[in-house]
Design a protein around this ligand. Structure first.
Ligand SMILES: Cc1cc2nc3c(=O)[nH]c(=O)nc-3n(C[C@H](O)[C@H](O)[C@H](O)COP(=O)(O)OP(=O)(O)OC[C@H]3O[C@@H](n4cnc5c(N)ncnc54)[C@H](O)[C@@H]3O)c2cc1C
Length: 472
């Protein structure tokens, strides 16, 4: 096969090729370019179509793209420090900073659609001198003398001394090169839908920085406030729960929401209107895959993995973009610290991810298994450490726990710090105390109610970002 070579003109040195223009790749490209690197960003997605709302950006291959995202303090702080004008642009595009609920003048995150966040970040990367976009599917990392020498994308060769795989949770390219991932099924599935407040209508009820969070008996229901008077409603259920899975049908979804008072208030046709179909989600998992091959070596010197390609966690805690941008920042720092020595950067980055990112993965593995057991009817197990969700829930009865739980909730302290309050929390549950259930039907009540709603067809998307009509 004959390959055409990108930027092969004399004097132009392509130093970093990034595979994947999701949050990780976009962010890294801007930061690396600002540190003097020239960057080629390779993605198969053409970007947002001109002249249509962001809901019209199909974003094939990124299943979660139109599902709700909560954006944490870490994302906001990173942008403010590294690229304040991009935060300003996001703010002008409608993102709303969220303050701490106790009235303290502290920002805890921002409300925005993932699609709007990515559109603005992408526009910044496109405008960044030193960042070049290539619209292509990356097929392989090319090596020369045993080191990464670039990326082949079809018949195009992108030469680069450093290759960063930021191909996300669905990226396949670098999987087989590394020791197998630790893979754990969350046991959960999403259905969500986006809405827009009608002119003059006010927000519905809120109880959390993201909007309204309801921990129900056997499922989760959340309203995420977003930019430009839009919001998303999410129902997360057991992956095997076929009765609640029927909420992928819009009429069944709406029937379910009408039975949950807080969600009914938000989605009352006098307050808001849906702007997407009900969106089913694909399989959710916790996944961690480090940098090294099974024998402990760097598989290809000069190839480094980052973002969801390293760590994916249960999205209900909204940590993924934070762990991705934290990685991007640390990786950029290490690349700067080890000029011309990407192997050292890889080793230090691997150790940093094991210390600072992997604990979030382990936290969810433990929590998710226990939640699945409880959703299946199991009691709280006091014979072993309580999972994080139960420790957090205990703050309802004992607000003094916030001193330890607060920093964990903000991802300012690792999950291991919750160990300090385990005895206190165990005593609380042992006394018979239980969290106050949300004002919502139980899973069994909701399932019975949904069973009464027949449906003619699915108006949904195909799990790959495309909105389609299909027979039920
Ligand atoms: C249902 C769901 C809900 C979520 N909710 C939240 C939330 O509330 N808050 C939060 O912080 N996080 C959330 N997350 C996590 C968040 O979406 C991810 O952490 C984030 O997308 C990771 O960004 P990334 O750039 O690493 O990967 P991705 O966003 O997956 O981007 C990868 C990019 O690589 C491209 N690509 C892949 N392979 C190739 C190839 N061979 N050639 C060219 N291009 C390629 C893809 O097209 C894509 O553009 C959620 C995740 C899911 C699944």
């Amino acid at each position: 096969m004959s390959l055409s070579v990108l930027n092969s003109s004399p004097g132009v040195v392509v130093r970093a090729a990034i595979i994947g223009a999701g949050p990780t790749g976009l962010y890294l490209s801007i930061v690396l370019a600002r540190r003097g690197h020239s960057v080629v960003l390779i993605d198969r997605d053409p970007g947002p179509p001109a002249g249509v709302p962001v809901t019209g950006w199909a974003r094939k291959g990124v299943m979660q793209f139109h599902h709700p995202h909560g954006f944490r303090q870490q994302v906001l702080e990173s942008m403010r420090e590294d690229m304040p004008e991009v935060w300003d642009a996001l703010y002008r595009a409608g993102a709303e900073a969220v303050m701490r609920p106790d009235g303290a003048d502290i920002v805890v995150g921002f409300n925005c659609r993932r699609s709007m966040f990515e559109k603005v970040l992408r526009e910044a990367a496109v405008a960044e001198p030193g960042v070049e976009f290539v619209l292509a599917h990356a097929d392989e990392v090319v090596t020369a003398a045993g080191r990464a020498a670039g990326v082949r994308a079809g018949s195009l060769l992108v030469p680069a001394g450093l290759v960063i795989d930021a191909s996300g949770r669905a990226g396949q390219l670098g999987r087989g090169l590394r020791a197998p991932a630790e893979n754990h099924d969350c046991g959960l599935a999403y259905v969500s839908r986006q809405y827009e407040l009608l002119p003059g209508a006010e927000d519905g009820p809120v109880n959390s920085p993201v909007g309204m969070v309801l921990t129900c008996e056997g499922y989760l229901a959340i309203v995420f406030k977003q930019d430009n008077r839009t919001f998303s409603v999410l129902v997360a259920r057991s992956a095997g729960d076929r009765a609640l899975a029927r909420m992928r049908h819009p009429e069944v979804f709406e029937a379910g929401l009408r039975a949950i008072p807080a969600l009914a208030a938000w989605t009352d046709p006098a307050r808001s209107r849906p702007v997407t179909p009900a969106l089913p989600g694909g399989r959710l998992y916790n996944r961690y895959q480090g940098q090294f091959a099974e024998d402990g070596s760097v598989p290809i010197p000069g190839l480094i993995f980052a973002g969801d390609a390293v760590c994916t966690t249960n999205p209900t805690a909204g940590r993924g973009v934070s762990t991705s941008l934290l990685q991007a920042r640390e990786l950029a720092r290490l690349i700067g610290e080890h000029p011309g020595d990407p192997e050292s950067a890889t080793g230090e980055f691997a150790a940093w991810c094991d210390a600072w990112i992997k604990p979030w993965f382990a936290d969810h593995v433990y929590w998710d298994d226990d939640l699945a057991r409880r959703w299946a009817g199991g009691e709280i197990d006091l014979t072993r450490p309580l999972p994080s969700d139960l420790v957090v829930a205990a703050t309802e009865a004992d607000p003094s726990l916030f001193r330890v739980v607060g920093p964990y909730l903000q991802m300012k302290a690792l999950p291991g710090t919750l160990a300090a309050v385990q005895p206190q929390v165990r005593d609380l549950y042992a006394s018979g105390w239980r969290p106050t259930p949300a004002d919502a039907p139980s899973r069994d009540e909701l399932a019975a109610l949904l069973a009464a709603h027949g449906t003619a067809h699915d108006t949904a998307h195909d799990g790959d970002g495309h909105f389609v009509d299909s027979p039920a």
